[in-house]
Design a binder for this molecule. Structure first.
Ligand SMILES: Nc1nc2c(c(=O)[nH]1)N[C@H]1C(S)=C(S)[C@@H](COP(=O)(O)O)O[C@H]1N2
Ligand SMILES: [Mo]
Length: 370
């Protein structure tokens, strides 16, 4: 039975050792922790439980941009780290006997689940940054639950391995030159994948943004586009378009009437869940002015409907803290020009600190929920 990799001593590299696993594990664990926390934050913003709904921050305006940027950066960095970690420990796949006891079998099963969840999580996340939703299941829910499975499996793994981790936490002297070389190579690959992708959100890395799917300054009016007007069926908004606002005192406004209201400017980012972000100068009417005009208190929430005929973001909701923020606009212009169809002509929502998916384009109706 004990042939090939099952032979005693089949793996000769000295780097398949607990110390290397601990060092890489610490880096990987850090990346995963950042990824998990920022992911939870993004999830809560998109799908807030009712007890949190009134405590979501609209400031600093770049908060979501930073957290989602970190989410995608740490997720991408975790890919080479996970590769290195799996390489370090993979000889254990061929342990003999495969199970020494029920406990040992359960432990190995747990690792299988952990590795599977982790690989699937990182892989679907990476494809998502490429806007490639090829699977039949809903991305966000799957990504969310897989994250819990992976984190649960990770905690269990850390608990089981705690004694071994403690033994190898400190550097052994003399240091192994091979290990130092390996760790340098791993660091270099993490830095490389980060450098060529982080420019999609980090301005000073923009020039190096070779592998990320988007450059934040390329697109109509100098901004990227996720869903185009053509895809949403909104290239030709109705010529008699009116903004409809419903509430205690419902009303409608033509474009001229909107332009006759107080116009405000705000410099705000669009921060896409897929990892890119870009800041622009928006101008238009304050959402809170529209809410007040409908006879509602500034504590009202909003339901926003787009002209888009179908799509998961045709109807979105906006919590009161965002609706009453003076920077939250029904934008009519961007960077000094009328909105391009791809950026939401005739009108779009732009609010501080919110995920891009909630910055509804081609707005048709605002419903005040009191
Ligand atoms: N109606 C509608 N609005 C939408 C979307 C959509 O699919 N439908 N996509 C959102 C997403 S995912 C992002 S990131 C931003 C991008 O805005 P931009 O295309 O103007 O850059 O628009 C948002 N607004
Ligand atoms: Mo997005």
């Amino acid at each position: 039975m004990r042939i090939g990799p099952l032979r005693e001593g089949a793996f000769r590299s000295r780097l398949h050792d607990p110390r290397t696993a601990v060092v890489i594990g610490r880096w990987l664990g850090t990346a995963l922790l950042i990824c998990f926390l920022t992911g939870l934050y993004s999830h809560v913003l998109q799908d807030p439980p009712s007890w949190l709904r009134d405590h979501l921050p609209s400031r600093p305006v770049d908060l979501y941009r930073a957290s989602q940027g970190l989410h995608v950066i740490s997720g991408i960095a975790a890919i080479p780290l996970l590769g290195a970690k799996l390489w370090t420990v993979y000889p254990r796949l061929f342990e003999w006997p495969p199970a020494r006891s029920v406990r040992h079998a359960l432990e190995r099963l747990g690792i299988l689940l952990l590795v599977a969840a982790m690989l699937l999580e990182l892989f679907t996340g990476l494809l998502n940054t490429l806007q490639w939703y090829v699977w039949p299941f809903p991305f966000r829910q799957t990504h969310f639950w897989l994250a819990w499975i992976a984190v649960g499996g990770l905690l269990l793994h850390l608990a089981v391995k705690a004694p071994e981790i403690a033994t190898h936490w400190r550097r052994a002297r003399p240091q192994l030159a091979q290990r130092r070389g390996f760790l340098t190579a791993v660091t270099a690959s993490v830095l490389a994948v980060t450098a060529v992708t982080a420019g999609q959100t980090v301005p000073w890395l923009r020039r190096a943004d070779l592998l990320a799917p988007r450059r934040p300054d390329i697109g109509p009016q100098g901004l990227p586009v996720n869903r185009t007007a053509a895809a949403a069926g909104t290239t030709q908004p109705p010529t008699d378009w009116r903004l409809k606002v419903t509430g205690p005192r419902s009303y409608e406004l033509t474009m001229d009437e909107l332009l006759a209201m107080d116009q405000h400017e705000a410099e705000l980012p669009i921060a896409c869940v897929e990892g890119w972000s870009a800041t622009a100068r928006w101008s238009g009417v304050r959402i809170r002015d529209l809410v007040t005009r409908a006879g509602a208190a500034p504590t009202a929430r909003l339901r926003i409907t787009s002209l888009e005929t179908a799509g998961p973001y045709r109807v979105t909701e906006m919590e009161a803290d965002y609706a009453r923020d003076p920077l939250t606009l029904l934008a009519l212009r961007v960077n000094g020009a009328v909105l391009a169809p791809d950026h939401g002509y005739p009108a779009r929502v732009i609010a501080p600190g919110r995920p891009g998916v909630l910055q509804t384009k081609w707005v048709e109706r605002l419903e005040v929920i009191v």
